[in-house]
Design a protein around this ligand. Structure first.
Ligand code: BG6
Length: 476
């Protein structure tokens, strides 16, 4: 036992997302979404990054999201396992295209609404609080094909209709909401992040920042709607977090680190403060971006979030010349490789102190409670001769990060809860692999979809159960 003490109401849990877990990609009337079009293998990255002008399904490709880990049919078994670990909160996302299969309908799809109601009721059975992301890397494909996705202002209307439908239908069942998962990732990964494809010769920055503006207005508008529908609702933004360190103390490196941080924090600056930061105009000018806005947008933006949620896997590093070789791209955000830190098998650096630094930065900047909604180690787990997974490396990673997050809390940062990523093994967003596993629960499935889908608790399952039962004081 350590002397670490978390607040009594601290929300321990875990996180998954619809597109990486549910499968059943056309069941119950669901429409195709962006992620359903992203195959496993060499064609994955060009599509994710929006480097093609059209996406279609091909019989020669394997699409991991179509079956994923079949959470759609197995959610009762899965939630029971999470309850066994003592979960107090479970972060999931709603697939927009289950509720509005095409995205621009006026009436929702009842089968989709029923599915999530059942999931939320199952959570309530065990006193697990759902934390729900409205858009986790999945835009209905019809909206991409017909409207060009978030480059189009009409998306604000479609998204707010969808969000209102969710708030009204799940009133009393869900009170914690996130609008867009890792909203800043649309800059690095425009198709998977925001459904954006480009025409030849287009200024990509223009399209991306215009889409960002629409998402920011939509996020603020649905925050307002959430509060109107139920005063109990609390809405958060969601940042792919991790500070940039300067590669050296050269002022040029420090300046670059500040600018790279701003690229990401720009989104949260707007969502948390309610207006565009003063540095934005120069960024737009340099990139040749001219935003189309309407006067009402700036009134809407004043509806700020209640809390700041973020993911943290790794810190980042910047030098004056970001193309100076030696780069790594944890979570698709380009970074210089930090020589002082170890890395995972996928090159994501492991830096618990970076979590403490990130938390302090976010709280200094926004003065709103934080929620760490993703963190974890992607690793190749194997079953031993006894059919068990001894994932001590994961326990070690999580332990160090829990200590660091507690240290940040002692620094004075309020943290609402902790939902490590992929609490049940699921499909990796970047590579589409099943073999990049994060979970406390092993799922028998390989990169090409073979396997029984059986669930097997890992060693970390029993460890995390103790962590939760002791409210974070037993990390041994
Ligand atoms: C975050 C996403 O970017 O990182 C998740 O919100 C994703 O969807 C997670 O799965 C880990 O990344 P990956 O590529 O290892 O799955």
């Amino acid at each position: 036992m350590s002397n670490i003490q978390f607040p009594e109401d601290f929300l321990w849990g875990g996180a998954i997302a619809a597109n990486q877990s549910e499968g059943a990609h056309l069941a119950g009337g669901k429409g195709l979404t962006t992620v359903d079009m992203i195959p496993y293998g060499e064609n994955r990255m060009p599509i994710k990054l929006g480097q093609v002008d059209k996406v279609t399904l091909s019989e020669d490709e394997f699409y991991p999201s179509h079956n994923a880990i079949d959470f759609y049919h197995r959610y009762k078994e899965d939630i029971a396992l999470l309850a066994e670990m003592g979960f107090k909160v479970f972060r999931i996302s709603i697939a927009w295209s289950r509720i509005f299969p095409k995205g621009d309908e006026l009436e929702p799809n009842q089968a989709g609404l029923d599915f999530y109601r059942d999931v939320f009721e199952e959570c309530k059975k065990y006193d697990i609080e759902p934390l729900v992301t409205l858009c986790h890397f999945d835009v209905p494909m019809h909206l991409v094909n017909e409207y060009g996705s978030w480059r189009n202002r009409k998306m604000i209307e479609f998204f707010s209709r969808y969000a209102r439908t969710c708030f009204e239908n799940y009133k009393g069942l869900v009170k914690y909401w996130l609008t867009f998962n890792e909203i800043n990732i649309l800059l690095a990964s425009p198709f998977s992040g925001a459904g954006l494809l480009f025409q030849e010769g287009e200024n990509h920055d223009q399209v991306k920042y215009q889409a960002a503006h629409h998402e920011l207005v939509a996020s603020a508008l649905v925050t307002k709607i959430a509060h109107e529908v139920d005063q109990q609702n609390q809405v958060g933004c969601m940042l792919a977090g991790g500070n940039f360190y300067p590669y050296s103390c050269k002022p040029e490196d420090v300046l670059m680190a500040m600018e790279k941080d701003r690229e990401n924090l720009f989104f949260i600056d707007v969502q948390s403060r309610g207006y565009y930061p003063s540095y934005a105009q120069k960024v737009f000018d340099n990139k040749g971006v001219v935003l189309e806005t309407q006067e009402e947008d700036f009134e809407i933006l004043k509806n700020t979030v209640d809390f700041i949620s973020f993911s943290y896997y790794a810190s980042r590093c910047a030098s004056a010349d970001m193309n100076a070789g030696n780069t790594s791209a944890a979570n698709v955000v380009k970074s210089i490789k930090n020589p002082h830190l170890p890395a995972s098998d996928w090159g994501w650096v492991i830096d618990p102190i970076g979590l403490r630094i990130t938390m302090n930065t976010l709280y200094d900047r926004y003065q709103k409670p934080l929620f760490l909604v993703e963190n974890g180690l992607g690793a190749r787990d194997t079953l031993d001769d006894n059919g068990e997974v001894n994932d001590d490396y994961r326990i070690d990673y999580l332990r160090q990060h829990i200590v660091a997050m507690h240290e940040a809390m002692e620094d004075g940062v309020p943290l609402m809860g902790y939902t490590p990523w992929g609490c049940i093994d699921l499909v990796a967003a970047s590579t589409g692999e099943m073999s990049k596993r994060y979970g406390f629960i092993y799922v028998d499935r390989d990169n090409l979809g073979n396997g029984t889908l059986n669930r097997i608790p890992k060693k970390s399952f029993h460890w995390y159960k103790k962590v939760i039962a002791s409210n974070g004081s037993d990390l041994a």
